[in-house]
Write a protein that binds this ligand. Sequence first.
Ligand SMILES: Cc1cc2nc3c(=O)[nH]c(=O)nc-3n(C[C@H](O)[C@H](O)[C@H](O)COP(=O)(O)OP(=O)(O)OC[C@H]3O[C@@H](n4cnc5c(N)ncnc54)[C@H](O)[C@@H]3O)c2cc1C
Length: 385
Amino acid sequence: MQFGLTEEQLAVKEAAHRLAQEKFAPRAAEIDETGEFPWDNVDLLRESGFIGMAYPEEFGGGGSDHLSHLLVKEEISRACLSTCTIMAAQYLGGMPLMLAGTQEQKEKYLPRLAEGEILAAFGLTESDAGSDAGKITTTAQKNSDSYVINGRKCFVTNGGVADFYTVFAKTDPEAGTRGITAFIIEKDTPGFTFGKSENKMGIRGSATRELVFEDCHIPIENLLGEEGGGYKLALRTLDYTRPGVGAEAVGLAQAALDASLRYSTERAVFGSVIAEKQAIAFMLADMATEIEAARMLVYKVGAMINAGVKRFTLESSQAKLYASEMARNVVHKAVQIHGGYGFMKEFPVERYYRDQRITELYEGTSEIQRLIISGNLLRDHAKNL
Ligand SMILES: Cc1cc2nc3c(=O)[nH]c(=O)nc-3n(C[C@H](O)[C@H](O)[C@H](O)COP(=O)(O)OP(=O)(O)OC[C@H]3O[C@@H](n4cnc5c(N)ncnc54)[C@H](O)[C@@H]3O)c2cc1C
């Protein structure tokens, strides 16, 4: 079942499994019910080193390989997707710094991010610019010694709880995507406040909040990468993080299958347990098969990055697209297998059903993944003509 993993990767996966099942799984329903941000789980992610495992070793991170990082995300999502989303945002928010930061910027922030001493967030989306990110209207005007940021970001994961924000703003509002620039903005910067906290369908323990910038002056040295290079940097970041959403979907779907195996071998109707009815057994067979197929797509991207492959946009989108839609099919069947009880909060599949939905939305909707995949295919096809 764990085809192609090294002994070390298996050990990391097992350690994540143990932590997630012992500590995160028992708290997941309560976190979902209260919508409380689980600082205790963040502490456990810090203590275990998982929060910064993919940050470079030279800056205090775990320096782990990419596939191992995906394995950990899979296991944490199998227990609590809210908790994994917090860890995923730590990587999403910090990735632009890893990709484009100066040595000084890296020395200043990476060690604290790697330790989990501070949390990170990634602010691209605005109320009128989600998929169409080139339409953002947040501006960054350059003065002699600072940039002045004005605008609002919405739906920011770890918004409010993070100290470190990668924020995308227009330095040239006329230049479309080429006018977008990335900045590092610290939480307590004057002119930076927080707006609406979202009340969500799922991943209710993860903070999702508006960022508000009103004449927020940030030092010139907080420019991240090149002026006008922000859009490309955001897309490159997402290439690295989207397989993580795929891993979340695989972990969640595995949890739904685990619950369905338990339930279907205990629930008896018409004289036998429902697992013995072919209609139910075949659902279990399809669920397991689809999960495994998605898992292989996700692991493949991790292995590609480990192998030093430079271009993996297509595979990254395929892994996210397939895994998130696979998880939708699986949680649907899991509720069906549970019958009326699947609709009740006493059973975890009710939460999985709601939590799954986010995997098809954040870090680019399924429609956007299909645009990326088809765009890549058609470009390659044209090149080969
Ligand atoms: C819980 C949560 C957490 C999030 N966290 C973050 C975060 O940390 N940082 C951040 O920057 N953003 C975050 N987001 C934002 C998320 O990435 C966007 O919601 C998502 O990219 C979609 O944008 P939108 O909501 O504006 O939808 P829209 O772009 O308005 O899309 C609406 C519908 O139209 C479809 N559509 C759009 N364009 C096309 C097209 N060209 N062809 C076909 N169909 C299309 C979409 O697929 C969708 O079905 C988060 C969102 C949620 C819900």
